[in-house]
Design a protein around this ligand. Structure first.
Ligand SMILES: [Zn+2]
Length: 481
């Protein structure tokens, strides 16, 4: 938490020229408005800290890839597209989702598993997207007449802290010196209504079942009553009133009924998260009962979940049996292929894993989880040349993908190419905003005898650019003091 606050405060120092009293010069912000570019920087810094320091951050390309597909499906329906969105998951059983400035939206795994349909999950994402497009966070800070970036940054830190622990929010508020934080954590009723209204429109245009919004929010409210003071955190940050639900219901009533089936990806992601939660043995018993009594919404999801639960208790045979059943059902999903490859890897059959993932990549070339798993399998199978070639081709088309950059560095290391290894690792750090380790890696590359003249001059140029950026940041930091 302190790290997050620190880096956000530092960011403020970097993005605004200093004033004599040490506070950032507010410029536009003083007039009660915040530039979207600065909002983006604050959100970006917050996400970077979450990725690096938040243990709950779920580094799962299948789950995050899915959230981004459904989220972008909704965001694509926004008429004026001047906002990027990025969605990510946090492993947390509480029911929550939150929007940070700049279009970064976090979703707790508990919310995903609590959603009984894909439209229900979409309804929360649509609501959060609308808080972003309507710039509610910035407007809240402006309304408080704080007119200070530090208030917004502290607010973001508090939102992150309050995800599942309301007491932490108070601490963050103190540390962030913004006394208004506690009140600001709750969106105003007007903002909630606006987010509901806009969210419903997005849902409708994207083809989801808009009734799900009222259904899901009503269920959340019931949870809230059940828990009394310990209401799901979603209700604390997005106060749910009977009025809000009635409002939603009246909008929905006029619309024609539309049954929208869940995507296979939704049911598999949910099954994966459920299988990873709780006691694995209990999951096995539950899912076996469901399958025996044929009491499931999706047989594929039940079998996939059971295979994953078996994997957790290291029962290879149990998992293999469920995979065979999934093959028999002819379920086509990249998630089945990564599961199949994982089963091969467990018994050190790297050739088998590579074959499965190579075929899967040909079928699902857009799927990032498959691409990562393929390179990892090549590395595990000691096929360094293939891995380096694949990663190098891949990063050319995915220039901001730090994960693939890091895999490329590993492949170069295995090939015994230290120049290329340190260069790729440096770029991976730079893409994550970690300037210091990035510079160190490029300096190591410089010292390497490997690499031709042209490549070395490219690294020299990159190093100069990164050092200049670092100098700039240090200078502004000094001014700030
Ligand atoms: Zn809300």
């Amino acid at each position: 938490m302190r790290l997050l606050l620190l880096s956000l405060t530092l960011l403020l120092a970097l993005t605004q020229p200093a004033q004599a009293d040490g506070l950032p010069d507010l410029g536009e912000a003083a007039q009660g408005d915040f530039s979207p570019a600065l909002e983006k920087k604050i959100g970006e810094a917050a996400l970077r800290d979450i990725r690096l320091h938040e243990p709950a951050y779920l580094d799962d390309p299948e789950v995050n890839g899915y959230l981004n597909r459904i989220g972008h499906n909704l965001a694509n329906q926004i008429e004026i597209k001047n906002q990027d969105f990025e969605f990510f998951a946090l492993r947390d059983s509480t029911l929550n989702a939150f929007a940070m400035p700049g279009g970064y939206i976090g979703v707790h795994t508990g919310l995903i598993t609590a959603a009984q349909s894909e439209s229900e999950l979409a309804s929360v994402l649509a609501h959060e997207i609308s808080h972003v497009t309507q710039r509610h966070l910035a407007r809240m800070v402006a309304q408080q007449n704080q007119g200070q970036w530090v208030a917004l940054a502290a607010l973001v830190a508090a939102i992150v802290a309050a995800r599942s622990n309301p007491d932490a929010a108070a601490g963050a508020a103190l540390a962030g010196q913004a006394s208004v934080i506690q009140n600001q954590l709750n969106y105003s009723r007007d903002f909630e209504r606006e987010a509901d209204r806009m969210g419903l429109q997005l849902m409708e245009k994207s083809g989801y079942d808009i009734r799900s919004m009222a259904v899901f929010f009503e269920r959340l409210q019931k949870f809230g009553r059940l828990y009394e003071n310990n209401a799901p955190s979603y209700l604390r940050t997005h106060p749910m009133t009977t009025e809000r639900i009635a409002d939603m219901a009246s909008r929905i009533q006029l619309r024609p009924y539309r049954q929208v089936p869940d995507s296979l990806a939704f049911t598999l992601v949910r099954a994966k998260l459920q299988a990873a939660d709780g006691v694995a043995e209990d999951m096995v018993t539950d899912l076996e009962t469901q399958l025996r009594e044929r009491k499931f919404k999706s047989e594929a999801a039940a079998r996939y979940g059971l295979a994953r639960a078996w994997l957790r208790v290291k029962n290879q045979k149990g998992a293999e049996t469920q995979l065979a059943e999934l093959r028999r059902l002819k379920v086509s999903s990249p998630m089945i292929e990564t599961l199949a490859a994982e089963l091969r890897t467990r018994i050190n059959d790297h050739t088998g894993a590579i074959r499965i993932l190579g075929d899967a990549y040909a079928r699902f070339p857009e799927d990032r989880a498959i691409a990562y798993a393929y390179v990892e399998a090549l590395l595990a199978g000691q096929q360094a040349d293939e891995a380096a070639k694949f990663a190098t081709d891949d990063v050319a088309g995915h220039t901001t993908d730090f994960h693939m950059r890091a895999l490329q560095a590993k492949a170069y290391a295995m090939q015994g190419k230290p120049f290329h290894q340190h260069w790729a690792q440096g770029e991976a750090y730079a893409l994550q905003g970690q300037l210091m380790p990035a510079i160190e890696q490029l300096q190591l590359a410089q010292k390497s005898p490997e690499g031709d003249f042209y490549e070395h001059s490219q690294v020299d140029a990159r190093l100069r650019a990164l050092k200049a950026q670092q100098m700039e940041e240090m200078k502004e930091e000094r001014q700030q003091r």
